[in-house]
Design a protein around this ligand. Structure first.
Ligand code: MLT
Length: 271
């Protein structure tokens, strides 16, 4: 996996770079995952366009951040990565925490966006109780390691039908999450707790946008998602029946069909 230095050389980001052609697509993983979360889409997208899948700082093969950071900084990392790769504009697709980063990409780097895909995410900031819970989990990660945090989060991640019919998805998630270093988990929790409110941004989103959510998402509620998605002018909305919070892994074929339809609908798309 190649590496690029960002943030004044303080951080090296590892990333996958596959396929060729427009539109370039950047896939941003959720928490506490890594680029492996996008394995099915890395393969399917690479057959039709260029796809970039980074490990956010601290996750996967990207080393721990030497300093605490914000979600804003994660968006700046992506913009710097794109610039270093000579990518002027891309469709940015983020799932959950990756969606928080995608909202910041719109706020700070609108010129980089050919489109936005917001999957299993939410524009609202954390509640006070949510922030306290993040601090609690960060404390557990620091004192007891990743294991207890992973076991607490895992039951919320997939739909009951995925757990029953595709237990290998749960195992894949567990393995990916257990690979997350405790410090990376704590850093990302604190960054997410401090993220800005993106609700006021919704009406301003003038990039082509697609919102995707699993009908059984226990973290980004589908009913709530319907309510905020309609506030983005002309955004599409797809609810994947029987998928939970990690809809791209739970139902990769359906997720890909939605993503490919969206790419085909973009101005200048051939198909
Ligand atoms: C994620 O999947 O990225 C997390 O559920 C996001 C969060 O904890 O808010």
């Amino acid at each position: 996996m190649p590496t690029i230095q960002v943030d004044d050389g303080q951080v090296s980001l590892h990333y996958h770079d596959a396929g060729t052609g427009d539109p370039n697509v950047v896939l941003i993983h959720g928490f506490p995952f890594n680029s492996g979360q996008w394995r099915p889409q890395l393969e399917s997208l690479a057959e039709r366009c260029r796809v970039i899948v980074p490990d956010l700082r601290g996750f996967g093969d990207s080393p721990l951040s030497p300093v605490p950071y914000t979600v804003i900084r994660l968006a700046d990392d992506i913009a710097e990565l794109m610039a270093a790769l000579g990518i002027g504009r891309a469709v940015v697709c983020g799932l959950s925490m990756g969606g928080y980063v995608a909202f910041e990409m719109f706020r700070r780097h609108r010129e980089c966006l050919a489109g936005l895909v917001l999957a299993d995410t939410r524009p609202q900031p954390d509640s006070d109780a949510g922030r306290l819970n993040r601090a609690r989990l960060a404390g557990i990660a620091r004192s007891e390691g990743s294991g207890p945090v992973v076991e607490e989060l895992l039951p919320m991640l997939v739909a009951p039908v995925t757990r029953q019919r595709r237990p290998e998805v749960v195992e894949q998630l567990r393995e990916m999450m257990m690979a997350a270093r405790p410090q990376a988990i704590a850093d990302a929790l604190m960054a997410m707790a401090a993220r800005d409110d993106s609700v006021p941004l919704l009406a301003e989103i003038d990039a082509p946008a697609m919102v995707i959510v699993g009908s059984d998402d226990a973290i980004a509620d589908a009913a709530d998602t319907r309510e905020w998605a309609v506030r983005i002018p002309d955004a599409g909305l797809a609810v994947i029946a029987g998928a939970g919070h990690v809809s791209n892994l739970e139902q990769p074929e359906t997720f890909d069909a939605i993503l490919f339809d969206f790419l085909d609908s973009l101005p200048g798309a051939a198909g």
